[in-house]
Design a protein around this ligand. Structure first.
Ligand code: F6P
Length: 526
């Protein structure tokens, strides 16, 4: 395949960039009264406005031409057909099948069967646990994709269902002693259920955290019986669940063809179903499904995930943006930046393309962010007046107001105002001599995502929109977004370091900095 940067479509975009150096976003609004409308679109309950980006119709057309040249539609079809798009691991990536309805044509009949069977098993287990009323607490033990999605979903749904009194969910993502000790001090052993969630079932941190809690749960009891009664396993590794003593009826299977960071829609979403019930879990799936259908069937110009993806390509590859901030104006979405960090950076944080060549263009940026209103009193200073600029996603939630209208209005007004201030900038209005310090350069772009309400359905659609954005960018960058070999090396070294932390010999092959630190750590303990 020809290098992307040599293609005429890429060159055209570079040329457009050169020709637009001096133009400000605010000028483009003055030149085109239809701009806000033209550069906004809506699907599956999500309203997406890219009019505050440094682009125009001509640039957008050139970006769509780039997507065409990369055979975006062909790649999307291959994904949906269940081809082994994860070529390095010889796997399909069919997370959409987890939320599809029969007849949606995601993958093959075997894929569909798996989803139907596992959903039925999950439903039966969830309904039994909820109706037996034996447990008040579930501890969800998992990391990365086996943690971030359900943790975020729980925050969102707790806010959406304030009266819910279902089983309390606690997340353990690492073997950090402090939170583990706290849980073991405070939870009632008899009324606590452990959910051990790990696609591979080989993640060392998860295994250790689980063993700690399982030991605690079985103090003075028959461990095997506790494992049989108070543990649910969620994994693609069925043999390991058996070996670990988890009985078949407490095992929920994850498919090999859904990557960890795309697995919220499988039994990894178990805590959602345990706390809120299967119908709410299925609402979340329905929202994601609506976005899947939109992404698959809508022509490029009205396609939300594609618009989002191409906006990113424009900022990253043609305007040198190195980071991207996600700013939800909703505390329920406080964990969204962390979720998207994994989704985007683990998927597209790569420098070798599908053909094994080192790329000569930038790929996934650093994703960061936080609740917008808190950011205003912390890092927004740099966003407004720093030497760098950062593309931003403002995420606004219009309702409900929970009977606190003025408070809702305050939050929304701030989100709207910040986007405007960043774009328009402004001179010092105080009239004092320090004006350069108070001036705002402006012309700092942002995207606005607006939802009327953050319920299970719209939340599902929001997350699926970002999933497809990541896929679309991977097509442009010619990357495999579904493997993650970059996480392996550190894990291997940790295995060699651990005995030394525990007081064993410090291996000579470790680098001098590690050896010095190890010597200090071990000395402190003795
Ligand atoms: O180390 C990275 C990673 O493999 C992620 O891709 C994954 O989501 C996470 O670890 C947890 O993996 P598992 O679910 O297999 O424990």
């Amino acid at each position: 395949m020809e290098s992307i940067t040599a293609s005429k479509e890429w060159q055209r975009l570079a040329e457009l960039r050169r020709g637009r150096q001096d133009r400000r976003i605010s000028d483009t609004f003055r030149a085109d009264p239809e701009r806000a409308k033209d550069l906004s679109a809506e699907a599956a309950g999500i309203f997406l406005d890219i009019s505050r980006q440094r682009l125009d119709r001509e640039i957008l057309d050139a970006l769509f031409a780039l997507a065409d040249a990369r055979d975006f539609s062909g790649a999307r079809d291959a994904l949906w057909r269940g081809e082994k798009v994860n070529h390095t691991e010889q796997r399909a990536a069919l997370h959409m099948a987890l939320r599809a309805e029969p007849g949606d044509g995601v993958g093959d009949a075997e894929t569909e069967r798996f989803v139907i069977d596992e959903r039925a098993r999950m439903r039966a287990l969830v309904e039994r646990v909820r109706s037996e009323n034996r447990f008040d607490h579930v501890v969800h033990i998992g990391i990365g994709g086996s943690h971030l999605g359900p943790a975020l979903a729980l925050d969102v749904l707790d806010a959406a269902h304030p009266d819910n009194e279902g089983i309390a969910v606690h997340f353990v993502s690492t073997p950090d002693p402090a939170p583990l000790a706290k849980l073991m001090r405070t939870l009632p052993r008899e009324r606590t259920l452990l959910a051990l969630v790990s696609k591979s079932f080989t993640t060392a941190e998860t295994a250790l955290a689980f063993a700690t809690l399982a030991d605690w749960l079985s103090q003075g009891k028959d461990r095997a019986q506790v494992l049989r009664e108070q543990v649910i396993g969620v994994s693609a590794n069925v043999a390991a669940m058996h070996e670990g003593g988890i009985p078949g009826e407490h095992q929920l299977r994850m498919p090999e063809w859904a990557g960890g960071r795309y697995s919220l829609w499988s039994a990894v979403g178990l805590p959602v179903a345990l706390r809120f019930g299967m119908p709410v879990f299925e609402e979340m799936l329905a929202g994601a499904r609506a976005m899947d259908r939109h992404f698959r069937n809508t022509e490029p110009r009205g396609n939300l995930p594609l618009r989002l993806a191409l906006t990113g390509i424009w900022n990253i590859n043609f305007q040198d943006a190195r980071t991207h901030a996600v700013l939800p104006y909703s505390e329920a979405l406080a964990q969204l930046p962390a979720y998207l960090q994994q989704l985007e950076m683990e998927s597209n944080g790569k420098h070798v393309d599908r053909d094994g060549r080192t790329v000569d263009y930038r790929t996934a940026p650093v994703i960061w962010g936080g609740v917008g209103m808190n950011g205003q009193h912390a890092f927004f200073q740099q966003l407004h007046q720093g030497t760098d600029w950062t593309p931003l996603d403002f995420i606004l939630v219009a309702g409900p107001d929970h009977g606190l209208r003025a408070q809702r209005d305050c939050v929304l007004a701030n989100g709207l105002a910040q986007a405007e201030a960043l774009m328009n900038g402004g001179a010092d209005e105080s009239g004092d001599a320090l004006s350069p310090y108070r001036a705002f350069p402006g012309n700092r772009p942002s995207t606005t995502i607006l939802v009327d309400e953050l319920d299970a359905r719209r939340f599902g659609a929001l997350i699926a929109m970002y999933e497809h954005k990541v896929f679309a960018q991977s097509v442009i960058w010619n990357l495999n977004p579904f493997d993650q070999f970059g996480v392996e090396l550190g894990k291997k070294i940790a295995k060699r370091v651990e005995p030394a932390v525990s007081g064993g010999k410090v291996p000579d092959e470790l680098d001098p900095a590690t050896r010095q630190l190890l010597n200090r750590i071990v000395r402190r303990e003795t």
